[in-house]
Ligand binder design. Structure first.
Ligand code: ATP
Length: 314
């Protein structure tokens, strides 16, 4: 549904995007994840036809963003990071203005207005000035303007930024509901959010792609070996000696030897589990196992290994 090829963008000397390519399938929720200044907004603004890249191309559905920007806009709903709302307008006035701008009239206009009011939960605030609404409700109005023409593709720039936990949950649920019918790209710099909501992730830093795929795929690609913590009631020398006979074990490190229990970290050269090997070794030698625990990468591990740590801390 979305094909992005070799996008490059710079603002003066600042490189915002450097050869970014990705594809998003129909019905997918695709998360753009990266620290501040990574290039997420720039990518979205190019897809939304607000700015032109210096190099590369992008297609949404059948339309090229550079050659057919009007057609792209007709099948696209875009919620920028700071939704373009007029605080002095009532929700009713604003949504009717957007309907007019989208050339929706008659029965279709009424149907679409009813749909966004229900699905974005705006019925109760329909006659309130936008400036009087909470941030969560303003975000809902922003989403309503992005959805009003029933677009096939939604681009949401940090849709939950600045919301409280309850508002975040309700926007996330709404996004998941929308994904049943639409293809969605959303950006966030919050790791847990990206993992909780997206089918696929693109991790970018300083305009370059540093990771791509599902959370599991990204973790797998980062995990060239398996690290397992193994604790048994046996002297360390005996454990080390027996482990050295298992070919796929490349490294062992004694963490602790206390009260007859050896606690050892075992690293293998493969991603495969070594749980079976360790438990049968213990069984064969009559060792009393205290613990076998495989280390798995946390989301933070993944993010920090992909993204330059110094930049995250800035
Ligand atoms: P954030 O999470 O902070 O919104 P982002 O990932 O969306 O960041 P972008 O806004 O795309 O990142 O910015 C990428 C880089 O381009 C940054 O270094 C930013 O300072 C720079 N940049 C973005 N817009 C402009 C602009 N209009 N003029 C100059 N530099 C810009």
């Amino acid at each position: 549904m979305i094909e992005v090829q070799g996008l490059c963008m710079h603002y003066g000397p600042t490189v915002a995007l450097d050869n970014v390519s990705f594809t998003v399938k129909k019905g997918e929720i695709f998360g753009l994840l990266g620290p501040n200044g990574a290039g997420k907004t720039t990518t979205m603004r190019i897809l939304a036809t607000h700015i032109m890249p210096v190099k590369g191309s992008a297609k949404i559905g059948d339309f090229n963003v550079l050659e057919d920007p009007k057609k792209v806009r007709s099948i696209l709903g875009y919620l920028p990071e700071n939704a373009p709302l007029y605080p002095e307008m009532e929700v009713a006035e604003y949504l009717n203005f957007v309907l007019q701008a989208r050339n929706l009239t008659g029965n279709t206009k009424k149907k679409r207005l009813d749909w966004v009011l229900i699905h974005c939960g705006l019925k109760n605030v329909y006659h309130r000035p936008i400036g009087d609404l909470s941030k969560g409700y303003r975000q809902r109005v922003g989403l309503a303007q992005a959805l009003i023409h029933d677009p096939q593709v939604l681009i949401l720039d940090e849709p939950t930024s600045g919301l409280d936990p309850v508002q975040i949950m309700s926007i996330r649920e709404l996004i998941k509901e929308l994904a049943k019918e639409k293809t969605i790209i959303l950006s966030t710099h919050i790791l847990q959010e990206a993992a909780a909501i997206s089918d696929k992730l693109l991790i970018i830093d300083r305009g370059r792609i540093v990771g791509k795929g599902s959370v599991d795929e990204i973790a797998q690609s980062l995990q060239p070996c398996t690290t397992t913590r193994f604790a048994v009631r046996t002297p360390a020398s005996e454990v080390k000696n027996s482990l050295s006979k298992i070919p796929k074990i490349v490294k062992t490190e004694i963490l602790n030897e206390k009260e007859g229990i050896t606690d050892i970290l075992v690293e293998t050269s493969t991603k495969d589990s070594i749980w079976e090997d360790l438990s049968s070794l213990a069984r064969m030698n009559g060792w009393d196992i205290k613990e076998i625990r495989e280390h798995s990468f946390s989301l933070e591990d993944i993010f920090l290994s992909l993204v330059d740590k110094e930049r995250v801390e800035k």
